[in-house]
Design a binder for this molecule. Sequence first.
Ligand code: SAH
Ligand code: SF4
Ligand code: F3S
Length: 476
Amino acid sequence: MKRYHTSIADFLPTINFCLPKALEIPYHVYSMKELKTYFIRTYGCQMNELDTEIMAGQLQKKGLVPVGDEEAADVLIFNTCSIRDLAERKVMGKLGRMGRGQKRHGIIGVTGCMAMAKKDSLFRKFPHLDFVLGTNNITDLDVILDEVLYTQSQVHKTEDRFEENLDYLAAKRDNKIKAYVSIIRGCDKFCTYCVVPYTRGQEVSRPPESIVEECKKLVDDGYKEITLLGQNVNSYGKDKPEWGCLFHDLLHKLDSIAGMERVRFMTSHPIDITVELMQAIRDLPSLCEFVHFPIQAGSSRILKKMHRIYTKEQYLEKVALLRQIVPNVSLGTDIIVGFPTETDSEFQETYDVMKEIRYSLAFIYAYSPRKGTPAMRWKDDIPEEVKQERLQRLLELQEQVSNEERSQMIGSTVEVLVERWNKDGKTLKGRTRCWKKVIFEGDASLIGSLQQVTVHSFGHETLIGTLATKPLIIHK
Ligand code: SAH
Ligand code: SF4
Ligand code: F3S
């Protein structure tokens, strides 16, 4: 694995120095030794959460320790998301307020997708910012910190291409039961609304040996559930045909690790799901029977405009085949309402398709135009009230479907990975293999174990049950 141990002369050509910090801002000269604490605030998806854990690992290797307070941290990092306007506005607002308020003595940096979308233009808007580090360069975090200290300038590094050089094994995870593992970065799909291909770059698969090594270590460390991450995990290995290891091959390798209890993955682009993958879900004991399978819209015209490269009919065929091969599979989805030119009847197609498929989980979003994406060419012509009305209708439908599903599960016994105490402090909380939340009474010794729980009722987004001594009917 390539690491970035270079002299300053080595990295000078690749790191870009910017404006000196505004003169009125007091600059305290630190050395790396004096940087003692850090705080990373994470926005966005699971990939960002994992990147935060990897950056935390790098900082801890350097001797820094986490603190619970942004203000007190010597190094404050905002690991950002650009997926929708609101995600960016949250961070921009926060950075703006920090610049106007009391000057901090520490170093402030922006990482993640907004770093890629805005690059060094962030320095113009936020003169108190010290560094901008892109999603493909997080391995350079320690170099960047040295550079900020050494030059007392704003530094940015935002390369478009990712090189597989992350120190995954050093990642610092707060959760001791469930872990994220990155298997492929980037996205080559270029859906017309989406910033990810620009903020995360081209697809680059991680070598299977490295993934297996990390998963073995996680199992040895007592982890019970591993979620494999990628913008499109189904593309795994296609960029490296010489490895002879596609996604389903990788799943077989992971399933054969002794002690591996549960494996999940997200996200799957519908076009790339294969029969071999469906069979792997059916056959591999560790592989959970839940597939997040975003449809985005129910109208083939809108899907074409989104460049999703499948029609409604093709999507429905894939779902039918998946359900035939894995009858107890649960499905999740993402949906965008109010995409440019979406008519009422096209929205109704989305509603109808959701009603037909009956997802267990749906993330529903109002379309948000993103700079640099092809969809920006089209007028954002659906009024905000209409978007919100459509969103509301789908949320209500999903709530109804999920409640019906929960009520059908009453009386069944489910396998629950017990994760923690529920907010009430009296019951325990965990998830089924199909990602359903379950609460039940039990003691702390059960946390981190797999238990059989019989469902007797349900509440908002939750199944409620009691510990079963022995499994009765095993339900998804
Ligand atoms: N790689 C995943 C999605 C990552 S982004 C996949 O393709 O399934 C997560 C979700 O955000 C997307 O599925 C989409 O529903 C939503 N999204 C992306 N860009 C958006 C935009 N411009 N406006 C609204 N929602 C968007
Ligand atoms: Fe975005 Fe489409 Fe890639 Fe998903 S598949 S990350 S929605 S471009
Ligand atoms: Fe956001 Fe980037 Fe993830 S845009 S959703 S943090 S890949």
